[in-house]
Design a protein around this ligand. Structure first.
Ligand code: S3P
Length: 175
């Protein structure tokens, strides 16, 4: 494998958790676009939204996408929920869409021991009615951009990771 694998999907679907599980089961290295942006800016996403607005954040995502396309290979890349909109997404790597209903996503976040923090750090999840509308406006496009669609509802992160490793042809960890 020389192509990257790019995980896309709505906020809270488990992109980070699943990326960490794939790392456990393989030798692939993983990075996250929100983490890259936070370290480049030296401030949290929430603060970037508050101080600069969403447009500014989207420009940072576009910049990150260009950098990834040019400089990164053999890597698992988890992304923020709106990252799929960058022009060059499919040039960065094989795109894997983690699919789930809105209800299952919210249930997943709420059942987390650190639920309050999960909700607080995501500015676009503050208002659940608005978040649902956003979800509905995006689901078709997530599917359109995906090379591989993985239904994640009612499955464990371990099983989802196994499925992605197989379908995206990531090399399993050698024992
Ligand atoms: C966003 C999702 C967030 C983060 C930002 C915007 C979105 O990432 O990039 O708050 O537009 O859906 P997660 O999907 O990791 O929550």
């Amino acid at each position: 494998m020389s192509k990257n694998v790019v995980l896309i999907g709505f906020m809270g679907v488990g992109k980070g958790t699943i990326a960490r599980e794939i790392v456990k089961q393989s030798d692939i290295f993983a990075i996250d676009t929100d983490d890259l942006i936070e370290s480049m800016e030296n401030r949290k996403i929430k603060k970037i939204f508050k101080e600069e607005g969403e447009e500014y954040f989207r420009r940072l995502e576009a910049k990150t996408a260009k950098w990834l396309e040019k400089n990164v290979k053999n890597t698992l890349i988890s992304t923020g929920g709106g990252f799929y909109k960058v022009d060059n997404l499919n040039k960065i790597g094989k795109v894997v869409y983690l699919k789930s209903s809105f209800k299952a996503i919210i249930d997943r976040i709420k059942s987390h021991p650190n639920a309050q923090n999960k909700l607080k750090k995501r500015p676009l999840l503050k208002d659940l009615n608005k978040a649902k509308k956003l979800y509905e406006s995006r689901i078709k496009d997530y599917e359109k951009k995906a090379d591989i669609i993985i239904d994640v509802e009612n499955k464990t992160p371990e099983d989802i990771a196994k499925e992605i490793i197989k379908k995206a042809k990531i090399e399993k960890r050698k024992k």
